[in-house]
Design a protein around this ligand. Sequence first.
Ligand SMILES: Cc1cc2nc3c(=O)[nH]c(=O)nc-3n(C[C@H](O)[C@H](O)[C@H](O)COP(=O)(O)OP(=O)(O)OC[C@H]3O[C@@H](n4cnc5c(N)ncnc54)[C@H](O)[C@@H]3O)c2cc1C
Length: 444
Amino acid sequence: MPSAIARQLRVAVIGTGPAGLSSAIALSELSDIDLRVYEKAGELKNLGAGISVNHNGWKVLELLGIRDRVNGASTNPTVQRNAYTGEIVDPGVPHDPNNAYEARRVKRLVLQEALAAKVPEDVIEFNKKLVGLEDLGKDGVRVSFEDGTETIVDLVVGADGIRSVVRRHMVPDYALDYAYQVGWRCLIPAERLKHIPDLPLTTTSWWYGRAKSVWLSPLDADVSNLTDIEFTARVFNEPPIPGKTVSWGIPVTNEDVFSRFRDCDPRLVEVFKQVPEGNWTEFAAYAGPVPDSLVAWDKLVLIGDSSHPSAGGFGSGSAFAMEDSWTLARSIEYARLITAPDAIQSTVAEALRIFNAIRRPYYQAMADFRKSQKEVLKEVGRKEYVDFDSDLRKRFARDGLGAKRGKGFLAFVYDHDIGKTWKEFVECDQARRKGINGYAQADA
Ligand SMILES: Cc1cc2nc3c(=O)[nH]c(=O)nc-3n(C[C@H](O)[C@H](O)[C@H](O)COP(=O)(O)OP(=O)(O)OC[C@H]3O[C@@H](n4cnc5c(N)ncnc54)[C@H](O)[C@@H]3O)c2cc1C
């Protein structure tokens, strides 16, 4: 077994979203690493309102050592309603206080602060926009920034989101598709909604209309002391507007959003009226294929949204990003054990091979599932309803709007335990290396 390595492994992480911050945590815990994180913005961005943390999210937060710093409101029960009449079409399943891994809705800022607090001081450099990468062969990768500076590293971690510059260097002709879906998100102080009769704020509610939906959710673990309510409105047949439709968080006016929801239940209309002007941000959804490989040059790796642009699909992108980060750190650690200590290049190459073998099939399975659902969603977007309410009730009775239809698959996504997946990989790889059934194999 190797005992020491010749020099530090030089790593540049690009981006400070959930992927960049979590990789900074996981990688900084490895020995002999020279880690820098580069972000094009001048500070950490606080975009969006809430995020769902499911079983998969809690598991990886535990592995990153920040589970205790993250909490939110249980999403059970999620009450499903007709957006026009407000009538309940499905009451949801009860909250289970004994389930430590129950899905919760968490303030995005809470997750970001928990991640940021565990990143070592001084590793992040702001106002550093990546513009170029050059493969220097055995010498590493030249990383160039818009401000004219550059650095040379052994590994570049592309945590630079859905419009990744790192991905563009790996797959120059990669194209994103607009998914004809737009979401608007904001937080409303709970005090502004308490006067609305029969509008429960302590549980999540989802209101469905024709090709649109609205979501209201508490975000506080202690729902007896509510601060903000998350409000999300979505449409599923929004044509693109050249020059306007962008992927992330542009400010829009109250009227922009409300104009599409005037015909809703009066309680919802009142909620729209209570949004403080300037609170809404718009999120147009884009998707693209999973690249043939998540790694390139034996020196580049894509993690988080850069590796699987999925139109916000599965509402679990932060968890996927954190799983990637943790897996990448484990892959480097493991590769160091099975490659020569002074061969940084082959260590990185082996680590990336392992990472790709574990994570790419996972994302491909999600992409395949999304594809299988595309026609169903298109139908929901275009459908002419004769009796909307009975149609909605039938849909819930039949498949719970997809939850029952995709039950096995969605469990594969939301109930995933990356620690278990990693353990299985190591057991399998070690068995292969030792030789199974008496057939000895080369040791590495
Ligand atoms: C409408 C919507 C709802 C969602 N709901 C949920 C949810 O409920 N739960 C959940 O877990 N996920 C949810 N997601 C997904 C989640 O927000 C993303 O998956 C997650 O933010 C991805 O993290 P990331 O770090 O990969 O990318 P990002 O968060 O996009 O971060 C990328 C970072 O890279 C920086 N960057 C980009 N280019 C460069 C460059 N050239 N140089 C330097 N820096 C650069 C950016 O400034 C940014 O800081 C949702 C997404 C959408 C759109």
